[in-house]
Design a protein around this ligand. Structure first.
Ligand code: AMP
Ligand code: ZN
Length: 477
């Protein structure tokens, strides 16, 4: 039986993954902000979280997976107002789009998918407790702030104090006291400020306000996850995850709110996914350098190809996205599909996995179990496929069955369905396709020299052309 180890951003060490209590791992993922289509950077995070769950399940762990929908924050309110739509209509459209993309990417559905708007009373209740315990204060205009100075451990996750000392910014200079307040849901600054728990009603929020003991208003963004974690996973749970940008201030603020309210360690293990980059910059809506699944589909790349690219690097390292990487992923998936066809048999890739079932593919699971190294695991998968392919004819029935099972369980862990696509040629680069067509014409013209020359050029581009009576086929070399 393999044991899963995962890097914990708080202790900055690999830690064994096991439930603190009982037999089920509580797993919370900060979900999408539904004010536009998610981009493939967002999906790097969601796909890695999905692989984490699949691998945990493959080692025999039970997982309770909660991923929220952020339908209430500065951005969803502003955009719905600009488009003269009710917040609910606006966010439900983008939630549906997210679900469709998640399904195309073969993400397992979380067991619970709570939304911020559905948890206003729970958020108000937490604020009341925080005020009672002296960790939060209301202002004259009816907003409530978390008093950062009141929580000694503030900054534990992001090691804020160390960073403050080295950067010499405000906190160190002022001996640790905090005088500023932060109203916005997202802020870039690298220093502690009292952050907002309840925002008093403003004209620009339109009809999006709720009654509270402090007057009409709405909760601040950071609080939603604390409230949804408490409700669906309890005061203390196993693993909390998000992209690396959420580590500070979002997760730091979640720890402060939850630990002060609940009086218990909030989370035992923090799992942060490093960013997907484009030209050395984070892929993000605000930089406008993003690709969505729809953009890539238009260029002929399936969601499974995108999933492959997102898994091609370890989650601990930045991954630079290029369109060329999609071609390489397409041909890699074709090799897996070919292997599956040659194996034949009936083992469904989505069958619930168990560690023993990996058989000859055990090195794949071992690589995934060592801090979810998807890059290494893919390397192992291909090397096993390559050697097995050569020996297929000499395998006994039992060996063939174990190979089929192990391959299917590996596919399950990566989340590849290898469903036959109806676009087999789309991953072939356009120039290779064109050369192959010219060669077919040269053949019809009996121009054998040109025919051979084009075959060589196609080969140099990494493809092999195979002729039949009625046409040609291109395969990766
Ligand atoms: P959002 O929809 O902005 O709330 O983000 C959803 C998830 O995507 C969060 O966990 C973010 O940290 C994550 N995320 C955002 N940009 C990237 C990126 N370029 N690479 C990886 N994860 C990202
Ligand atoms: Zn969150």
């Amino acid at each position: 039986m393999s044991h899963l180890q995962l890097f914990d951003s708080q202790t900055r060490q690999n830690q064994p993954v096991k439930p603190i209590e009982g037999d089920t791992l509580g797993f919370y993922c900060c979900g999408p902000t539904v004010y536009g289509p998610a981009h493939i950077g967002n999906f790097r995070t969601f796909v890695m979280q999905d692989v984490f769950r699949r691998v945990a399940e493959s080692t025999g762990l039970k997982v309770r997976h909660v991923r929220n929908i952020t339908d209430l924050d500065d951005k969803t309110i502003r955009q719905s107002q600009e488009q003269s739509m009710s917040l609910g209509d606006f966010t439900s459209g983008w939630t549906e789009k997210f679900h469709a993309d998640a399904e195309a990417l073969n993400l397992l559905q979380p067991h619970v998918e709570p939304s911020a708007v559905e948890h206003i009373p729970e958020q108000i209740e937490m604020i009341e407790t925080l005020i009672e315990k002296g960790y939060a204060y209301a202002t004259d205009e009816g907003s409530v702030y978390f008093r950062v100075d009141s929580f000694e451990d503030y900054g534990r996750l992001s090691r804020l104090k160390e960073r403050e000392i080295t950067t010499g910014t405000e906190i160190a200079k002022s001996g640790g006291s905090v005088s500023e307040r932060e109203d916005s849901d997202e802020y870039e600054r690298d220093s502690a400020a009292d952050f907002v728990l309840w925002k008093s009603r403003k004209d620009e929020d339109g009809p999006n306000y709720w009654d509270s003991p402090w007057g009409a208003g709405r909760p601040g963004w950071h609080l939603e996850c604390s409230a949804m974690c408490k409700k669906h996973l309890g005061d203390s749970f196993d693993i909390h995850s998000g992209g690396e940008d959420l580590l500070f201030p979002h997760h730091e603020n979640e720890i402060a709110q939850s630990e002060c309210c609940n009086g218990a360690t909030f989370v035992h293990h923090w799992f942060h996914i490093t960013h997907l980059m484009v030209d050395a910059k984070k892929m993000s809506k605000s930089l406008g350098n993003l690709y969505t699944l729809a953009d890539l589909d238009e260029k002929g790349h399936s969601a499974e190809v995108v999933r492959y690219v997102l898994l091609s690097g370890s989650y601990r390292q930045q991954l630079n996205f290029t369109l060329d990487s999609l071609d390489a992923a397409g041909s890699a998936l074709r090799k897996l599909r070919d292997f599956q066809e040659k194996l034949g048999g009936e083992v469904a890739p989505n069958a619930a996995a168990s560690a023993e079932a990996f058989g000859p593919f055990q090195p794949v699971l071992d690589a995934l179990c060592l801090d979810l190294n998807t890059a290494d695991a893919l390397g192992k998968l291909f090397s096993i496929v390559k050697t097995t392919q050569k020996q297929l004819d000499s395998l006994s029935d039992d060996e063939l069955e174990a190979t089929r099972r192990g391959f299917a369980h590996s596919l399950y862990a990566f989340g590849f369905s290898l469903a036959a696509t109806d676009e087999p040629a789309t991953d072939i680069p356009a120039e290779v396709q064109e050369m192959a067509e010219q060669r077919w014409q040269a053949k019809a013209d009996k121009d054998w020299a040109k025919c051979d020359e084009l075959r060589d050029q196609i080969k140099a581009a990494g493809w092999v052309v195979k002729d039949s009576k009625d046409g040609f086929e291109l395969e990766p070399a």
